[in-house]
Each structure stands twice: as structure tokens, then as C-alpha cells.
Design a protein around this ligand. Structure first.
Ligand code: 2NL
Length: 339
């Protein structure tokens, strides 16, 4: 039995020397020192031994057990340290390595110009109102004095959801909604996305953007309209900018006008941008039609007001010399990066 124990010790030493990972070490412990382990098996057979032999063998077996425990522990420390060193090598972080550069986004040119427009009107005491892009036919047309069969329904053909629900063709319906819920004085601008059933080309898009304005109070006149819009033009295009108003027609204003600014490129001398006229049309405006005031729940005998509307896309293109409206909607990074 002594020989058997020595044999196990020798075998165990050799096996241990070959072990190079913690899992094998754990298996090794079970194989030799576990409940059904080789050393334990031997000790089970000790009952058959004589009274003199038993303590000797017992002592030897315990020595071997203690020895193996010790060796296993030593090996465990070595392997754990190796494993840690390996992890430290694998997971090394170079804190001096430069970070990845983030691409910083920027505002879309439409939003840059819209922010400027908002600032100008906020500076004159206007508030900003917004409303739904999906509208009732009533708010988009009827309330604005554009009844069914009115020719303006042709020029403002849009996308219908149902008979009575459509994509708004201008932001005016939001202004009617404000009139309905707010007593004068009203002094708002309404920016937003609008829709028309137009074929796409350099100057047309079925989706575009408008900024409309509405001022309603007692004794509002055409003089207020001209003053406010002249200040707007000078703040938008520079103090040298001159304005002129030409008579026009809109169903929702009476009288109506279009406003031109002196050409932003040539200053009025005449060039390609202004088709050699010296003037560039930038908005439509007029005194709010009494019927429209009534639809908004406002008494035209007590109150009057002016309104205006401009195409944000057109103003943006003018400001930046962009010659094709499609560029504003394609979201080509090479275009957007330039602003
Ligand atoms: C244009 C012309 C205009 C209005 C919009 C308006 C709104 C209400 C009442 C009366 Cl609620 N008028 N808006 C008035 C005149 C012209 O827009 O060429 N826009 C791009």
C-alpha cells in the first residue's frame, strides 16, 4: 500500500507539472483529492491494514494529501497571475490615443433663415403660432373666402385625404384657428410646411415652406402693413434695401399687394438675378378681407388687420444664391455642409 501511495504521488506530481490552466487544475484536485479521488480510494482500503501499519500509512497518506494541497495552491497562484497578466495585456487601453472625431451636424439652411425671420418678428412683438399640416377643407379654403369652384382651388391643388380633409396649401388655416380662440390684439407669424400638387422642377416642389403673418387690432391700416414689412426687408437683406408695393389680388385680403425688394445682387441696377428689373418679389400681403375676419369670429366693424405670406424656400434660395429648390430637399451632405 505504501508503494501504491508513492506511485500516486509520483503520478500526481507529473500530472501537475503538465497542467497549464485553472480548469485542468480544478479537475486534477477532484481526480486525486475529491470524494471519489485516487488518494481517498486508497484511504478507504485502510481498514484491512494491521494495527501497526495503519498509523504509518495514514501518516504517509496525510503527508501526500498535504503536499498535493500545497502544490495545487502554489500552481493556482501561478496560473491566476498568468491569467491576470494575459488579461491586462489583452485589454490594454492606450489613454493617449486620440478620440474618434465626431461629425458635428448643423442647421439646415431653411432653419437658419427661418430663425432669422423669427428673430426679426419677435423683435417687433410678434408671437409664433403653429398648427396641423393635415387640415379641414373648411380652414384651408372656405374660411379664407375660397369657396368650392373658386379658381384659386385650381392653382392650389393639393393632396386630399378625404373629401373634407387635405394637406394644407398655406399656413393661413392656422391663423383662422388663432382668431377663433384669441381676441385681438393678435400679432403672430405662422411658419410651417405646406403642400401643393405640383410637378417637381427647379422652382417647384410639392412640399415647401411658408411664413405667414397676421396683425389684428383696432385701427390697423395699410400704413402698418407697409411699415412692418419695410422693417422686415431691411433687417433681412440689409439697411440699403428699398421696398415697393404693387397692387395684386388674393381672395383673403382686400386690398392686396405684392412686395418687391431692391435686388439683393445688383442693388437695383439690373442683373440676371432680377431679370434686369432691379426688383425681386418676396411676398404677398393685404388687409384681411372682412369675410375672413367674420369666419375667425372677429367683428370687422370693430377690428381690422393685415396679413402677409412668403415662401421660405424662395427667400432662402435668394439669400444664399441657390438656383434649384430641389437642393433644399435632397439632403445631400455635400450641399448641407456649405452652410
Ligand atoms: C404669398 C401670399 C399671402 C396671406 C397670405 C392671409 C391669412 C389670413 C387672412 C388673410 Cl388668415 N391673409 N394670408 C395674405 C396675403 C398674401 O401670401 O404669395 N405667399 C407665399
Amino acid at each position: 500500500m505504501k508503494a501504491e501511495l508513492e506511485q500516486i504521488r509520483k503520478e500526481a506530481e507529473q500530472a501537475l507539472a503538465r497542467i497549464d490552466n485553472l480548469q485542468d487544475l480544478s479537475n486534477f484536485r477532484v481526480e486525486y483529492l475529491g470524494k471519489k479521488g485516487k488518494l481517498t480510494q486508497i484511504l478507504r482500503g485502510m481498514g484491512k491494514l494491521s494495527a501497526e501499519e495503519r498509523p504509518q500509512i495514514g501518516q504517509l497518506a496525510n503527508q501526500i494529501r498535504a503536499y498535493l494541497e500545497e502544490e495545487i495552491e502554489k500552481k493556482r497562484k501561478v496560473l491566476e497571475e498568468e491569467a491576470l497578466n494575459q488579461r491586462l495585456r489583452d485589454e490594454v487601453i492606450d489613454v493617449t490615443m486620440p478620440g474618434r472625431r465626431h461629425y458635428r451636424g448643423k442647421l439646415h439652411p431653411l432653419n437658419i433663415v427661418l430663425n432669422e425671420i423669427k428673430d426679426i418678428f419677435l423683435g417687433m412683438g410678434f408671437e409664433i403660432a403653429e398648427g396641423p399640416e393635415v387640415e379641414w377643407d373648411y380652414y384651408n379654403f372656405e374660411a379664407l373666402n375660397i369657396p368650392k369652384n373658386h379658381p384659386a382651388r385650381d392653382t392650389q391643388d393639393t393632396f386630399y385625404i378625404t373629401e373634407n380633409i387635405l394637406l394644407r396649401t398655406h399656413t393661413s388655416p392656422t391663423q383662422i384657428r388663432v382668431m377663433e380662440r384669441q381676441k385681438p390684439p393678435i400679432k403672430i407669424i405662422v411658419p410651417g410646411r405646406v403642400y401643393r400638387s405640383d410637378a417637381v422642377d427647379a422652382t417647384h416642389s410639392p412640399i415647401f415652406h411658408q411664413v405667414e403673418g397676421l396683425v389684428i387690432d383696432r385701427n390697423i391700416t395699410m400704413g402698418d402693413l407697409k411699415g412692418v414689412l419695410d422693417v422686415f426687408a431691411k433687417e433681412m437683406f440689409g439697411p440699403q434695401t428699398r421696398t415697393q408695393f404693387r397692387p395684386h389680388h388674393f381672395p383673403f385680403t382686400e386690398p392686396s399687394a405684392e412686395m418687391d425688394v431692391s435686388c439683393t445682387t445688383c442693388g437695383g441696377k439690373g442683373c440676371r438675378v432680377c431679370s434686369y428689373t432691379g426688383w425681386i418679389e418676396i411676398l404677398g400681403a393685404g388687409m384681411v378681407h372682412p369675410k375672413v375676419l367674420k369666419h375667425g369670429g372677429i367683428d370687422p366693424e370693430k377690428y381690422s388687420g393685415f396679413a402677409f405670406g412668403m415662401g421660405l424656400d424662395r427667400i432662402t434660395n435668394l439669400k444664399y444664391g441657390i438656383d434649384d429648390i430641389r437642393l433644399l430637399f435632397e439632403n445631400d451632405i455635400r450641399f448641407l455642409e456649405q452652410f
